[in-house]
Design a protein around this ligand. Sequence first.
Ligand code: ADP
Ligand code: ZN
Ligand code: ZN
Length: 727
Amino acid sequence: MRVAQIIINRPAKQLHKPLSYLMPKKFGTVLPGTRVLVPLGNSREEGILIGYTELTESPEFTLRNIVQILDSEPWFTPEMMDTARRLNEYYLCSYGDALRLFTVHKTLKSYEAPKEEWLVVTPDFSVDQFSGRKRKQRELAAYLLEVGGASKALLLAKGYSRMVIKQVSEAHGIVVESRFKATKTVFDELLTEEYKIPLSEAQQKAYESIQYAMDHHVYQPFLLHGVTGSGKTQIYLRATARCISQDKTAIILVPEIILTDQIVRRFVETFGDEVVVFHSKLTVQQRNNNWERLRRKDSHIIIGARSAIFAPAEDIGLIVVDEEHDTSYKQEDMVRYHARNVALWRGEAHGCPVILGSATPSVVSYHKAQNGTYRLLELPNRIFEQPMPSVSIVDMKEEMLHGNYSVFSDAMMHLIQRTLDEHNQMIILLNRRGYSTFVMCRDCGETIMCPHCDVAMVYHQAGEELRCHYCEHHEPIPAVCPKCKSKRIKFFGSGTQKVEEELRAHFQHARIARLDQDVTKHKQAAEDILHDFGNHKYDILLGTQMVSKGHDFKGVTAVGILTADSVLNIPVYSASERTFDLLTQTSGRAGRGDKTGHVVIQTYNPLNYAIIKSKTHDYVGFYHEEIQNREALGYPPFRQMIHMVVRHQDMNTLESVANCIVNDLERHKGNLDITINGPYETSIKKVRDMYRLAIMIRGTDLTDMKKYIYHSWIFTQEGLLIDVDPV
Ligand code: ADP
Ligand code: ZN
Ligand code: ZN
């Protein structure tokens, strides 16, 4: 007997395995990937048909019938279902949750195809009106008369300037019409300005390898390593043009869309309507419309943050992961996937190249490029050969010995002053938000904590209150210590707000903008600040990590990093790597115009290699030190990690469940090279009234362990979080 395997389209731990149903004959052949309606208990649920199996024996219970077929053709292609299967096996998420990543699709109400503007010739048109005009205009008029009309995009591609096109479009007998764009554009004709730039020798070499893979339809991961300004984006544009000329789809991933609008703009300027930009501000209708454009190949390019990797493209010819080291590619809830992995899987399934680009590749990726898993492509120099900025490192312990207890070292003060005197711009990085990080009683040492989350409350000047950064809890500042009733309550640490105040006090004429998550809860606010800073309406941009990425402000000659140690001290194995990235990327904001940049980095750990190597922008030097440490300590890429967090409201129940899990895992691991640590307290003991205990599994090959976890009672525990490859 043939039974249909159905995944219920709803997140629920008990429903993570497929259920069996009968497919009534009246529905004919229904392909896997189609959505169906099935009875479940007393209700009806939407499900996804993932395949059929043959039952040899009659089942113990009566199978129920599928009630209705919801799609006329499958929504999920076999490749999407395969990728979901890999996500399920690799990340230990449920198969249904993985499938849902390929969009929760509501039926599209109406489809709007992209349009483009055409210059169309009417019977009134005559070329005589152009006598005496410039040659280019006459040429264009003659061309239009001959062909009857052409799109602006094509005319641009043919080398007519916007000005010439505009002048001719205003001529007597020419009308400008909005027409549906031809489905397939021949890109050899559509050579835009950007596309016509001849590549440098290093770029040419890199591009040829990529082109070879594209033309032979082979899967090949490339690690494109080049400092900012070395011409990586130019290579992405070239490869994308090639991809479109093959009538295939290109997926371009960027870290965070608001911080990377420059690369998005370059794609849109080069490819126009071929580009679909994917971001969280889209309405459901817009989003579905975009998906439909991709499915119909009315557009061939999707550019977006990590979830764009799940674009429903059926014929992918190129995948680019820009700034591949960026931690925003890792999703931190539900399915804890890394978009780079998904990119590689999809690239493999479609037989196409995957370009991972970065100035500071992740250590794991660079290791793979060293051992041949990826091909390394290098762009060693900046295109215009601007020098890298000069970096000085200030030991804050020394500063204190000299009696300077402020957050600004003398060197920092000088750099700020000099930048202002020279009418240049500066970016200052501070890794915290809020006014002061925490509030402590000077008499008994009590820190005010969130009652639900066991983390220190943060003082926010706006509203004069304490806020928890893990939940919505906030409260007024206490007048006396809740423990000893002392009135001597003090604010510790330096948040962005406090630094902003100090800056304003020191440099009264400077125009200062602040960029952190408090300011940018509204997306527009961030865009406006960045835009105004770009137009030199501010002298100093002060902010958290948000100021460290992507931006290309020509007026910025100086960068100050107030606390290089804040990332170094976070309790994760990759703290050094993240510090090196942060310092290098932030320093890289200085001196992108024609003036040389200067950077001051303040630290309490001036001898740390991540800090020393960032002074000389020495990625490879950093990598060699880091990879040795990783090997010695058994961290990725040498051993894989699975981090599990068990949560419960009751501490005793939590402890016994966590201990049971550890015992079970220990029993199962047998003689395999696997270590299990825990259960241990997480750095935050309680979040939203749920206590937490962590378990860490490490090993050279965890495939078998993963299978065991997925199929055992462990997986169905409510409140269990599983993070494979935590970053
Ligand atoms: P990256 O992505 O590595 O930061 P880009 O591709 O943005 O580098 O290149 C940096 C700058 O150099 C851009 O303004 C780009 O237009 C320009 N550029 C890139 N390649 C070339 C080239 N071959 N010839 C001239 N200019 C180039
Ligand atoms: Zn006290
Ligand atoms: Zn809280």
